[in-house]
Design a protein around this ligand. Structure first.
Ligand code: FMN
Length: 347
């Protein structure tokens, strides 16, 4: 008999509304965040099959979008079941950003998503991603040019609350947000940490409340510290944002989306059974091999198996087993050994 886990079993009283991004209506407001190394086509399909209503590619650098390559194929491949989907990219040259936006539109992405939030050092030092939080006028120039060039697709921005931790530049966020909405941006996804914080410390949900108060009629998606389904719903309830993006909380736990829908319907959020975990892992494996080919597919699933281990009843043991995987056979052996319902419980 499965017990709902404590943190997931809170009584939720909020009525969740569909999420609107421009002309797009997304039936449920807990979505899969853009996640480098994770939010590829296989994982988007897995998350959708468990209730995620919207997902975004990992971020690409604008100029890498412009030419066919293996990297572009891996990141931008989508299919008929993978909608609505956002295509995300970053850069600092308005001309290149416009050309990248054309590619995203022409490949059939439903939302054009510009990233001004990425904190990776190499990205920031090359004056892209989160660096742009120090350059509000340059951001707005890009936004206006992209909006004008691609008027027929919803446009969204990924922002951080500020660049530095002391918030000496706190005004930049508000300049960008105000200017972006005036330029016709349809939604902001706000990660409530400073760029310099990277992924450490707490996300400031009070900041999300302030953003929603400042733009009550605009679509704001909150990001930061959505570790569980209950936290996704609590973020929406407490801050008033229109949607919550699950990021690290969804890595290895695609059931978060099913749990969020259950909680929203007033039912307890049950953890996945061992059989459900096995089925999803096997399906993910097939999708990964199809997407990446055999060699890269198996190595990707080794890495993802390690992430999935955290929802297994014996996480340490299963994690170590995935860490030791070298071949497709090893990987299948981990599934056979640890994902079988036996009389004594999962092995
Ligand atoms: C491994 C990893 C990769 C990420 N890749 C992206 C990305 O490509 N684009 C993006 O907008 N955000 C990216 N993010 C940020 C997340 O979307 C999210 O904003 C952030 O992790 C905060 O949410 P959390 O505290 O619930 O994890 C990434 C985060 C992580 C941990």
């Amino acid at each position: 008999m499965r017990e709902p886990d404590g943190a997931e079993n809170e009584k939720m009283t909020i009525i969740l509304k569909p999420l609107k991004i421009g002309g797009l209506t997304i039936d449920f407001p807990v979505v899969l965040a853009a996640l480098a190394g994770y939010s590829d086509l296989p994982y988007r399909k897995i998350c959708r099959s468990l209730g995620a209503p919207f997902a975004t590619t990992e971020v690409m650098i604008d100029r890498f979008l412009l030419h066919e390559s293996k990297l572009r194929r891996f990141i931008l491949k989508s299919d008929a079941d993978d909608h609505p989907v956002g295509g995300q990219f970053m850069g600092s040259d308005p001309e290149l950003m416009v050309r990248a936006a054309f590619v995203i539109r022409d490949l059939g992405f439903d939302v054009v998503d510009l990233n001004f939030a990425c904190p990776v050092r190499k990205v920031v030092s090359r004056k892209r991603g989160g660096f742009m939080m120090t350059q509000p006028e340059a951001v707005l120039e890009i936004v206006r040019r992209v909006r004008e060039a691609v008027p027929d697709r919803p446009l969204m921005l990924k922002l951080r609350r500020s660049f530095d931790l002391d918030e000496t530049d706190a005004e930049a966020f508000w300049t960008i947000a105000q200017g972006a909405f005036e330029a016709g941006v349809d939604a902001l996804c706000v990660h409530a940490r400073a760029v310099e914080q990277q992924y450490t410390g707490r996300a400031d949900w009070n900041f999300l409340s302030a953003v929603k108060r400042a733009f009550p009629d605009r679509t704001i998606i909150g990001s930061g510290d959505v570790a569980t389904a209950a936290e996704a719903i609590r973020m929406i309830a407490e801050t008033g944002v229109d949607g919550a993006a699950a990021a690290r909380g969804a890595i290895g736990n695609p059931w978060l989306f099913r749990q969020a829908r259950e909680l929203a319907a007033g039912r307890p959020a049950l953890p996945p059974t061992i059989t459900e975990q096995r089925d999803v892992l096997l399906r993910h494996y097939e999708l990964c091999l199809r997407h990446y080919g055999d060699r890269k597919g198996v190595m990707t699933m080794r890495h993802l198996g390690i992430a999935y281990a955290r929802v297994h009843p014996h996480p340490k043991r299963v994690r170590m087993a995935f860490v030791a995987v070298k071949t497709a056979e090893d990987w299948r052996n981990v599934i056979e050994t640890h994902y079988r319902e036996t009389a004594e419980g999962p092995g």
